[in-house]
Design a protein around this ligand. Structure first.
Ligand code: PBG
Length: 325
C-alpha cells in the first residue's frame, strides 16, 4: 500500500505524542473547592463524594497549606451554616464574624499567596434552601441582589481575592461590581457563574452542605439545559456588567457550551467539574468499571480542550499527583 500521508506517524511513541499534544493540564489550571463547617478537628467524608471532606476551619487551613505546597494556587470556599442562623433574609451571609468571613481571614493569614474565591449565593443560609429570598413561594430577584451585594462586600472586607456569584439572579454582577467600587474594593475580582444550568448533577453538593431546596427546584433562576444561545447572552451580559472570569457549569454534559463561550468572549473561561461528575467517576471506579486515574485525566483534559482556562474540580489534588508523578 502506498500512502502519501500516514497519520499514525505522530502517534507511535509516548515521546512523539507528548510533543504534538494540543492540550496539557497543569496545576495552574485548577481551583480546589472546599467545604467548611463549624467545630474543631472535624473531617466528615461526604457520603455521595467518597474521599472528599467537609472540614472544620482548623483542618481546612491545614488542607490549604497542603494544596499550596502541591502547587494549587486557588481555592473556592463553601460553608455549611448551622440551622439556627438560617432564615429568609440572608443576614448571616454578611455577618463579619460568620464562618465564611472567619475562614477567609484564617486562610489568607496562613497562606497569603493562595487566591481565595468565595461562593456568593444565599442557599447555605436560606431556611428554604434557595439561592435567593423567597416571597410568596417565589425567589425574588432585586431583593436578593441587594443581599448578594452586602454578602460580596463582607467577603472583600474579610480579604477574599474574588467573589463567585453562583445564584443566577439578573443584574447581580453589575450590582456587586458597583458595591465593591463604592466600598473601595477596586482589587476584588468577580468570577461569575454566568451559564449555570439547573442540573441534577448538583445532588452530592447539596448533601455536602445540607442545602437542597426545601420546595420546588431552581429552574426559575438557573438555566434550562435545552438552551445554548442563552448561555452566550448570559455570559456577554456578565462581562459587560464587570465579570473578570466567566464560568460554565456543569462541565461534562456542557462541553459544547464551554467551547461556544470560549469562542465568544475575551476573558478567561472557567468550568466547574461538579459534584455529580465526581460522584459518577468514584462510583464506577468503586465497582471496578472504570480506571479512576485515567478517567480523571481524560475528563479534565477534555474540559480544557473544550475551552476552559480554569477548572474548579474536586479532583484537583488527585490530578496534580497524577501529573507530577
Ligand atoms: C449554590 C451552588 C451549587 C453549586 C455551587 N454553588 C448548588 C446549586 O446551585 O444548587 C454546585 C457545585 C457542585 O455540584 O459541585 N449556589
Amino acid at each position: 500500500m502506498y500512502l502519501q500521508r500516514r497519520n499514525r506517524i505522530l502517534r507511535q511513541s509516548p515521546a512523539i505524542r507528548s510533543l504534538v499534544a494540543e492540550t496539557a493540564l497543569s496545576p495552574n489550571d485548577f481551583i480546589a473547592p472546599l467545604f467548611i463547617d463549624e467545630g474543631e478537628n472535624i473531617a466528615f467524608e461526604i457520603p455521595s463524594m467518597p474521599n472528599y471532606y467537609r472540614r472544620s476551619l482548623d483542618l481546612t487551613v491545614k488542607e490549604v497549606e497542603e494544596l499550596w505546597s502541591m502547587g494549587i494556587k486557588s481555592v473556592l470556599l463553601f460553608i455549611k451554616a448551622k440551622d439556627e442562623v438560617k432564615d429568609n433574609t440572608g443576614l448571616e451571609a454578611w455577618n463579619p464574624d460568620g464562618l465564611m468571613q472567619r475562614s477567609i481571614k484564617a486562610i489568607k493569614n496562613a497562606v497569603p499567596g493562595m487566591l481565595v474565591m468565595t461562593d456568593v449565593a444565599l442557599d447555605p443560609y436560606s431556611s428554604y434552601g434557595h439561592d435567593g429570598i423567597v416571597t410568596d413561594g417565589e425567589i425574588v430577584n432585586d431583593e436578593t441582589v441587594e443581599a448578594l451585594v452586602k454578602m460580596s462586600i463582607s467577603h472583600a472586607v474579610a480579604g477574599a481575592d474574588m467573589v463567585a456569584p453562583s445564584d443566577m439572579m439578573d443584574g447581580r454582577i453589575g450590582a456587586i461590581r458597583g458595591g465593591l467600587e463604592k466600598s473601595g474594593f477596586t482589587k476584588t475580582g468577580i468570577m461569575a457563574y454566568s451559564a449555570k444550568y439547573a442540573s441534577c448533577f448538583y445532588g452530592p453538593f447539596r448533601d455536602a452542605l445540607d442545602s437542597a431546596p426545601g420546595f420546588g427546584d431552581k429552574k426559575t433562576y438557573q438555566m434550562d439545559y435545552a438552551n445554548r444561545k442563552e448561555a452566550i447572552k448570559e455570559t456577554l451580559m456578565d462581562i459587560e456588567e464587570g465579570a473578570d472570569i466567566v464560568m460554565v457549569k456543569p462541565a461534562l454534559a456542557y462541553l459544547d457550551i464551554i467551547r461556544e463561550v470560549k469562542d465568544a468572549v475575551d476573558v478567561p473561561v472557567s468550568a466547574y467539574n461538579i459534584s455529580g461528575e465526581y460522584a459518577m467517576v468514584k462510583a464506577a471506579a468503586k465497582m471496578g468499571w472504570l480506571n479512576e486515574d485515567k478517567a480523571i485525566l481524560e475528563i479534565l483534559t477534555a474540559i480544557k480542550r473544550a475551552g476552559a482556562d480554569l477548572i474548579a474540580t474536586y479532583f484537583a489534588k488527585d490530578a496534580v499527583k497524577l501529573l507530577t508523578q
